[in-house]
Structures are given as C-alpha cells and as structure tokens.
Design a protein around this ligand. Structure first.
Ligand SMILES: Cc1cc2nc3c(=O)[nH]c(=O)nc-3n(C[C@H](O)[C@H](O)[C@H](O)COP(=O)(O)OP(=O)(O)OC[C@H]3O[C@@H](n4cnc5c(N)ncnc54)[C@H](O)[C@@H]3O)c2cc1C
Length: 461
C-alpha cells in the first residue's frame, strides 16, 4: 500500500505534477476522451519530460506497482485500477525534417499538430480517421491510416523511438539497436515500455481529393452492393470506407442529419478533381445523396472525411478483421443493423484493407491483419439507457459475422480487452509468441499489465 512518504518521494524525483485521488489535478490528469472510462490509479504523474517518465517507472518498479500510460484517452478501452498512471500529454516536442522527410514527436503530440507543421512542406504522416488522436498510442497499436492502401500501416514507417522500459531505463531503439524490442513495439501496443519520443517517415502530398457522401439509410442494401463491386475498380491511391450511422441529435452532427439513419461513404484520394470525380461517379449515381462533400480538399480539413466526434463522448466499441464482405456477410449485417431494425449502435464501419497494408514494411513489425480484406468496427454510447443494448448488439453482430472473420482483430479496434485468449486475438500466433518471450525479458514483473496487455512466457527450465 502506498503511504504519503512514497508519494512525496515521487514528487521530489520529478518536475511534473503528482496527484493522488481527491487531490488537485487528479481529475484533469486521469480524464479520458472516452468519457465512459474513469481511471482510478493510486497516483497519477503528469510527466513534464522523458526524465519524469523514467523516474516514475523506476519509482513504481521499486514498489512493484503496476504502471499505465495515457496521452489523450482515445484508447481508454478499459479503466486503470490502482498503480501509477503516467500522463504524457505535456511531451510536446515536434520537429519536421523536410529533407529527410521525417517527423520526431514527443509522446503527447496529436496528429493535428504534425499535419499543421508538415503540410506546409508538402508532407503528411500516416494518421487515422481523427487527427485528435495521439501519434504514439495510435502508432504502437499499428496505426491504420486513412491512406493505408497507398502507404501501409503507420507502424511500418517508424524510424526510431525512445522508450522507458519496466526497469526505468530510457533507451533509444531502432532497427539496429535492440531490433526485436523495436519490432515488437511497432504494433505490440504499450506492452514493453512507455514511449517518450517517436521518429517516423513522412510522405509527399500532391493534389488531394476527399470528402463524404451521405445517403438515406433506406437504400443501405443497394449502396453496400454497389460499394462491394466498386472497390475492385479503385487504385491503391484511393481510400474508401463505408458506415451505417444512427446519428444522434448532437451539435457535432450537421443539423439536417440529426436523428437520422444514414449510410456514409468516405473517400480519400491522392489525386486531382478530374480523376477523383471519375472514380466516385458510380457511387454518386447509386442513390440520391442527402449530402455530398467530396472534391478537392485542403489536407488540413482531412477530419471532414470521417467526421469523427471532436469532443469526448462515453463509448464502447468492438471490431473484427474480415476475410471478405460479400453478399451473405452484408445481408447478415443488414439483418441486424439495417433499416427498420432497432440496432442501438452509433456507427458500423467497413474499411477495406489491402494494397500496401497487406505488403508489410521494410522491417518486420508486430502489426496484424495483413491477410484481411476488411476491418469491421462497431461503436455505440456507453451510458444509460442504451449501454446494455449497445454491448449486446456489438456481441450479436460480431457473432453473426464470425464466419466471414479471420478470427483476429487490430489492437486499435479491438474494443474492451477481455480474458487472455481474447486479448491474444489482436496478434497472429507467431507474433504473440515473440511478444510473450520479449515480455518475459523486458517486463518480468508484469508492471505494464493494463489494457491490451499480454502475459510473459514462463521462464525456460
Ligand atoms: C475517434 C477515434 C478515431 C480513431 N481512428 C483510428 C484510425 O483511423 N486508425 C487507427 O489505427 N486507430 C484509430 N483509433 C484508435 C486509436 O488509434 C487508439 O485508441 C489509440 O490507442 C489512441 O492513442 P492515444 O494516445 O490517443 O490514446 P490513449 O488512450 O492516451 O492511449 C491508449 C493506449 O495507447 C498506448 N499508449 C499511449 N501512449 C503511449 C506511450 N507513450 N507509450 C506506450 N504506449 C502508449 C497505451 O496502451 C494506452 O493505453 C481511433 C480512436 C478514436 C477514439
């Protein structure tokens, strides 16, 4: 049990904020974007720099206290209970090297800041659907980018990282220095240490075309059928996805769409208006859109493609990798969540994978899903009176689509971590075994044991 002296010792060892439950700063430092998750660590450290992170982990290791990490709380799939929570949001270092085409970011930097600094140089990073997400948490989870079919997973393009391992040591790792740890940190989530800084490749940005088309939900069957056929006509430079949305009556939803069931086609394309319009033409003709925002776009408006909620919300989610999304699978989905059903989910998303996502990076990393054709992702409010129905609906849809699934997930879209067998589904069996071996050597005391945590392999002999 922690006593005041322990907390005082930590305060003296760091320059950031240290707060116990009930003391000033505790609520701010533990708050998560996923407002359904309320973290209850024994103590929280709002780290001011990498040395604070190292001092915090070392302090916890001496006391055998578990350690967790948060920057934005977008990935707060489960609550932290006890131990030390390290908040990295103040680690705001950000450097763009336009010649080498790299970015170096501290662990608190969000994707929006990277783009604001890189786009003026004609460069972009491989962010996901919302640029409010933290670069580090997203990337250690593999990072499925909007432009993944063109460039691959974000984790495929990490150059180096600085990480505090469970012994409190701050290490710089890359493909040569501690290559296995580096490979497993690129996709293995926060299982082996707390990243303090990350260096990764940027990609040239030419003309950019993007936006969304919103159709009436009543046409969902027609639109999904057209979508499936249309995919085969697209180059890897085009990144489409489609979702069934039951839009709440909230401010972030455009006024005419509030409270409606709609289908949302999202489209990002590295190309010009003429080619973008030509690629989208078949989908523009399939039904009468309620809204069509697709066209040439400033890259800094990229969040308008997916229109993820900008403000914190209480939610729960779940996902699965699919081998295919053919007529039968689409039929099952519509049976449970189509027009006329009482499906309580806010969002049901189908993201096509393939292209560079299936090819892998230059170096071996811990990303899963290269063999999958689609990602299915389900999300709903986790609050009364719908919370129970939402959980039930996520389970029912995942079960109905299980015959079309690879059986695995992406850790960033896994949803609430369950038992060990459930958590293991975020990696291939081969990668999972490598992770278990690495866990046993880098975190033998199992300090990093929250969230999508794995258990180390038993010591040999
Ligand atoms: C609106 C929204 C859109 C999203 N879109 C996408 C998408 O398009 N593609 C995609 O791949 N994912 C997406 N995600 C999932 C997102 O990438 C994960 O939730 C990710 O964990 C968020 O990272 P964070 O640091 O912002 O969140 P946090 O909740 O702060 O962190 C989540 C977890 O990341 C790990 N982590 C965070 N910081 C560190 C660190 N310094 N060192 C080691 N581990 C760390 C820890 O395991 C931590 O528990 C989305 C999530 C939301 C809510």
């Amino acid at each position: 049990m922690l006593v005041n002296d322990d907390i005082h010792t930590l305060s003296m060892a760091v320059s950031g904020i240290v707060a116990a439950p009930g003391s000033p700063g505790f609520a701010e430092e533990t708050f998560a974007y996923n407002a359904a998750t309320v973290h209850r660590p024994d103590v929280v450290l709002g780290a001011a720099d990498a040395q604070d992170v190292a001092a915090g982990v070392g302090w916890a290791a001496e006391r055998r206290l578990p350690v967790s990490v948060q920057s934005t709380g977008h990935g707060a799939d489960s609550a932290v209970d006890g131990g030390l929570l390290i908040n990295t949001r103040r680690l705001q270092e950000l450097k763009i090297d336009p010649v080498e085409r790299t970015a170096r970011v501290g662990a608190g930097v969000k994707w929006r800041s990277v783009l604001e600094a890189s786009v003026p140089h004609g460069l972009i990073g491989l962010h996901g659907s919302s640029t409010d997400v933290g670069v580090v948490g997203y990337t250690v989870g593999g990072g499925l980018p909007v432009l993944g079919r063109a460039h691959g997973f974000a984790a495929d393009h990490v150059r180096s990282m600085e990480v505090v391992t469970a012994d409190g040591a701050l290490r710089r790792i890359d493909a040569e220095a501690e290559a296995e740890l580096f490979a497993l940190m690129c996709g293995g989530k926060g299982n082996f240490g707390i990243v303090t800084a990350l260096e990764f490749s940027l990609f040239p940005l030419g003309e950019f075309y993007g936006g969304g088309i919103i159709y009436p939900g009543a046409d969902a069957a027609l639109i999904l059928a057209a979508f499936r056929g249309w995919l085969a006509t697209l180059p890897d430079a085009a990144a489409p996805s489609i979702s069934l949305l039951r839009l709440p009556d909230l401010e972030f939803v455009p006024a005419p769409l509030r409270g409606q069931f709609v289908v949302h086609l999202r489209f990002a394309f590295l190309g010009n208006r003429e080619d973008g319009d030509a690629l989208l033409a078949p989908m523009r003709a399939v039904s009468t859109p309620l809204m069509d925002t697709a066209g040439p776009m400033s890259y800094l408006d990229v969040d308008q493609i997916h229109m993820d909620p900008p403000d914190p919300l209480p939610f729960t989610d779940g996902g699965a990798l699919l081998k295919d999304f053919g007529e039968e699978a689409a039929g099952e989905l519509l049976r449970l969540a189509g027009d006329g059903t009482d499906c309580p989910l806010l969002l049901i998303e189908i993201r096509p994978l393939g292209g560079a996502l299936s090819r892998g990076g230059v170096l071996p990393d811990a990303v899963s899903g290269r063999d999958a054709a689609f990602l299915l992702f389900l999300l709903g409010f986790k609050m009364p009176p719908v919370a129970e129905a939402v959980t039930g609906s996520i389970r029912a849809i995942l079960a109905a689509l299980a015959p079309y699934s690879t059986g695995y997930t992406l850790v960033n879209f896994h949803g609430e971590p369950g038992d060990e067998a459930d958590r293991a589904r975020a990696w291939s069996p081969a990668v999972y075994e490598r992770m278990r071996a690495a866990k046993a050597s880098y975190d033998p005391g199992n300090l990093l044991r929250f969230g999508h945590a794995i258990t180390g392999a038993p010591a040999a002999g």
